[in-house]
Design a protein around this ligand. Structure first.
Ligand code: AMP
Ligand code: GLY
Length: 447
């Protein structure tokens, strides 16, 4: 899993190089973007790779430029000045703010949906109404701006139920309520106390679904769709799915629960109808559709859509992809047709997130990190940076999720063993991580 560009890479290999001559910019600074940069650096078609703003892990494969992911004007000017052939957007915020529209207006190729298509993630009420209108399976729901009506509908549904802020809320906008009292509090929190600001001016109240969750990724050019892997995330901070939700404490790929039959059903009943529905609504979707699914006894249902790759799921999908992702992302950006399939390596991948003590609540930063080199000496191990910074040559923690330690193995059990062996070599004050990443996949094997 060693990239072909040398450390400190991003150097120009020269125009007209027979291996390709693309100048690529990746927008973002987390583990997902490190996985993208790490993989794109291996593409023979890429001659120059930039990351904005990037992180110290990405700096090994790309030139990091200090432009924030939501500074759309600056990013646009940079891409023009540097004659960027393809920009790949990692996080949702710039997409929801309309980065793709701005780049396209300048004639710059960009991977990621337009602002109107990114509403699939940007507004849960829009996504739910789209699904209802086009018969895409999802939990029963209604959208509200008024608390009294929301409370009445909660009583119609009965507990447990889920209250969701309509707009982006940094992964904290879905509140699972075990009782009607909890539901009343959640409704008040959004609509009366305005805890999520404008994102919570509208809410969705929906039925609680029972089943196993899985993440499904598909690239789409607006018409056809190419499945790009499955994974399972671990959302809560503590083992055995205990404690508050986080951005994701670890993942594995592929998701064994998504067997061939389930895969076909998800493509037929969810992904393709979503692509067609978006086109029918005049919002053709070009980019990746990340469907967060609940696999229920009545079949797969959509919990939410995201308009970008998963984090940390992407850290497990990229290492498994045998084919070069660059031509796929470029085809999507240019609205060209996608191939019908991609090739995967036979191995499974596991990513264990190392977090700062206290995360997802308050946590300290600036703690020295050691042991990454030792961890990466193990074969098929890559340590993706998420919240790190370099100060006077010393790598320090700089975020809640600090690193994503990813390993390939012949199967998930082997990948788990290797990932945790690597984790054991890394140290920083207050480090905490889940010890049970991937265990759910193992218990499935006996079923
Ligand atoms: P979301 O932001 O919509 O993906 O929700 C975050 C998490 O809340 C999901 O990953 C689920 O664990 C849980 N959740 C959301 N909606 C539902 C639902 N309708 N039924 C059960 N759990 C849900
Ligand atoms: N892992 C959850 C997300 O990317 O939204």
């Amino acid at each position: 899993m060693t990239p072909t560009l040398s450390p400190g890479g991003g150097e120009d290999k020269g125009e007209g190089d027979e291996r390709g001559n693309m100048r690529v910019l990746v927008v973002g600074s987390g583990g997902r973007e490190h996985a993208l940069v790490w993989r794109l650096a291996q593409s023979p078609q890429v001659t120059v790779l930039f990351a904005a703003p990037g992180n110290p892990g990405m700096a090994r494969h790309a030139r990091c430029v200090p432009i924030k992911a939501d500074a759309l004007d600056e990013l646009g000017s940079f891409a023009e000045r540097e004659r960027i052939d393809l920009t790949v957007v990692g996080p949702e915020l710039p997409l929801i703010l309309g980065i793709a529209d701005r780049f396209q207006a300048k004639g710059l190729a960009i991977f990621g949906p337009s602002q109107s298509a990114a509403a699939l993630e940007g507004s849960k009420a829009f996504a739910k109404q789209l699904m209802a209108k086009h018969g895409i399976p999802t939990a029963r729901f209604q959208a509200f701006r008024d608390a009294a009506s929301a409370r009445r509908f909660a009583r119609e549904l009965g507990a447990p139920l889920v209250v969701k802020a309509d707009g982006p809320a940094a992964g904290k906008g879905a509140i699972v309520c075990r009782t009607l009292e909890e539901a009343d509090n959640a409704i008040a929190l959004c609509l009366e106390q305005r805890a999520f600001g404008r994102s919570g001016e509208q809410i969705v109240v929906e039925e609680f679904l029972v089943g196993e969750e899985a993440s499904f990724f598909a690239l789409t050019d607006g018409e056809s769709a190419l499945p790009l892997g499955t994974a399972q995330d671990h959302k809560t901070v503590f083992d055995d799915d205990q404690g508050p939700n986080t951005g994701g404490m670890g993942a594995y790929s592929p998701a064994p629960i998504v067997d061939a039959l389930m895969h076909e059903q998800i493509m037929r009943t969810i992904i393709l109808p979503t692509v067609q529905a978006m086109a029918a609504e005049g919002r053709p979707y070009r980019g990746v559709i990340y469907a967060g699914l609940m696999l229920t006894r009545d079949g797969p249902k959509v919990l939410e859509y995201n308009c970008r790759f998963g984090d940390p799921e992407h850290q497990t999908v990229m290492p498994r992809l045998e084919d070069d992702p660059l031509p796929l992302l470029h085809a999507v950006a240019r609205g060209e047709r996608l191939p019908a399939t991609v090739r995967w390596r036979s191995e499974a991948a596991v990513c264990v997130v190392l977090a700062s003590g206290g995360y997802p609540g308050e946590y300290q930063t600036g703690k020295p990190i050691s042991g990454i080199e030792e961890a990466e000496k193990l074969s098929d191990v890559t340590v993706f940076h998420a919240g790190t910074t370099l100060q006077d040559g010393q790598l320090l923690t700089a975020g809640g999720r600090v690193l994503g330690v990813t390993a390939l193995g012949a199967d998930i059990a082997a990948a788990i063993d290797r990932a945790y062996e690597a984790v054991g070599k890394i140290c920083f004050e207050g480090i905490h991580f889940r010890k049970d990443i991937g265990r759910k996949a193992l218990t499935r094997r006996g079923r």
